[in-house]
Design a protein around this ligand. Structure first.
Ligand code: ZN
Length: 221
């Protein structure tokens, strides 16, 4: 394969296979000490990077996990401070949710462009105007929060995933972590390569724009 170095984000380089698709694992709602630390340990063993969209109120006390994410080449983004629907907010309240979380991340990780994933995927004109970065949604949603059935979650992803997909999971449930690792093993065996969302966009020649929603980055657009 060819080695692709990306200067943005985690700065990790990606070994691209000659064939097989690219896919991004994304996790919302964390960090949560037990589940996120186990997930990170297991992703590191597999050399699988992921993207974490974090809830700001969960950051204090978990700074070490966030540093660990970056060290492992993961991408870090924002999922509001209190896990609220950000549509219909005033600009002040939007900044309390998004800006405040970005400030926390900058204190831990330094300057960076911490992309937004709005809770529930809800976006309105205010969100587009004030996002100060791309809005990252998803293309594969196994609804892992619903029944916490590992087998069903794994099948819902592995039977439908395609090249360029962004997979939505939540790193606050044991069942989702177990499912994520099984998904990683299944897709790796099938020739898929895991990358962060930022790497996926870059490898597909897309420069994500502020205020624009992205669901996936398939080859050829
Ligand atoms: Zn969420």
């Amino acid at each position: 394969g060819r080695e692709i170095a990306l200067t943005a984000g985690g700065g990790a380089s990606v070994e691209l296979p000659e064939e097989g698709g690219l896919v991004a694992l994304t996790f919302d709602d964390g960090p949560r000490r037990d589940t996120t630390s186990w997930l990170l340990e297991q992703l590191e063993l597999r050399e699988v990077p992921a993207t974490f969209f974090m809830v700001g109120s969960r950051i204090p006390g978990n700074e070490d996990l966030i540093r660990q994410m970056k060290e492992q080449g993961c991408q870090i983004g924002v999922h509001t401070y209190d896990h609220v629907d950000v549509t219909g907010l005033s600009q002040t309240d939007f900044d309390l949710q998004i800006g405040k979380t970005r400030i926390l991340l900058r204190e831990i990780l330094g300057e960076g462009n911490y992309w937004l994933r709005p809770p529930y995927g809800f976006v309105d004109q205010g969100v587009r105007t004030w996002s100060e970065g791309p809005i990252i949604l998803w293309s594969v949603d196994p609804e892992d929060w619903k029944d916490r059935d590992v087998h069903r979650i794994v099948s819902a992803v592995t039977e439908h995933v395609k090249d360029g997909d962004i997979i939505l999971l939540h790193d606050i449930y044991d069942s989702s972590v177990d499912a994520a690792l099984a998904i990683a093993d299944n897709l790796t065996a099938r020739g898929f390569t895991f990358v962060t969302v930022e790497q996926l966009a870059a490898l597909r020649g897309v420069s994500p724009q502020a205020g624009v929603k992205y669901h996936k980055f398939p080859a050829g657009g």
